[in-house]
Write a protein that binds this ligand. Structure first.
Ligand SMILES: [Zn+2]
Length: 246
């Protein structure tokens, strides 16, 4: 097997084409630096629900919006160093059926992820986000089942982390992991700037990263010599199994 095949990998399941950038761009770039293969699945382009600025330009068609969103996401993934694929399922609403679940389960089988990043369990502002969470969870479970495409290598038990929603308190989302992304922040910000259709979020997500950075520093002890300027928060779905509690 080639060296690339032997690498650890991470899978990111994003409802719309920009979600992975705001919510997990740092984690993606950081793991790429640590020689993980990072793969992103965009279930839709967010053409209806998350492309307001493009629609306001007038004379837009759904196909043009989708094309622009695809180019932006592709460029962002390239900057972060990840591979990306687009399911183009359509958003608002995102469909949920057996075919989508099997398609996603097949990606899990192919990637054999060591961890999965996806949306929060709840989001009263956006029904596609919890739906993407549910699709990711169920696809992972199908990919673990011996009876699904028997003979293929099943997926083990990759931890699932929910990335930060836009309004965490309303989504019952509380981080239990803070990931230091200070060293690769510039890369994340470059990827953020690919999202021309959502320029209003650039500064917002810079502030989020700064806040989480301060909290991360507080949690390692303020007298520690390590400086953390930027961080991303995640909420784990399953208990982590560890060798000790230090
Ligand atoms: Zn979204």
């Amino acid at each position: 097997m080639s060296e690339i095949m032997n690498r650890q990998s991470g899978l990111v399941i994003s409802a719309h084409s920009a979600d992975f950038v705001w919510r997990a761009g740092g984690a993606i770039a950081l793991h790429v630096e640590q020689h993980y293969n990072m793969h992103i699945v965009c279930l839709s382009y967010g053409e209806r629900g998350e492309s307001a600025k493009l629609w306001r330009k007038g004379s837009m068609t759904e196909n043009t919006v989708k094309e622009i969103r695809q180019q932006e996401a592709q460029k962002a993934a390239e900057i972060l160093g990840a591979s990306i694929e687009f399911f183009d399922l359509g958003d608002y609403p995102l469909p949920r059926d057996k075919e989508v679940l099997f398609r996603l389960a097949d990606v899990c089988r192919r990637i054999q992820p060591h961890f999965i990043l996806t949306h929060s369990m709840h989001d009263p502002y956006n029904y596609d986000h919890p739906l993407a969470f549910n699709l990711a969870m169920e696809a992972r479970i199908i990919a673990q089942a011996e009876g699904y495409r028997p003979g293929e290598k099943v997926v083990e038990a990759p931890p699932v982390y929910c990335f930060e929603p836009h309004q965490p308190e309303q989504c019952n989302w509380k981080p239990d992991v803070l990931l230091d992304i200070s060293d690769i922040w510039e890369k994340k910000y470059q990827a953020i700037q690919c999202m021309q259709g959502q320029e209003h979020l650039w500064e917002y997500y810079t502030r989020v990263a700064l806040q989480r950075g301060v909290q991360a520093k507080r949690n390692i002890g303020i007298t520690s010599n390590k400086t953390i300027s930027y961080a991303e928060g995640f909420q784990s779905v399953y208990p982590r199994v560890t060798e000790n509690l230090a």
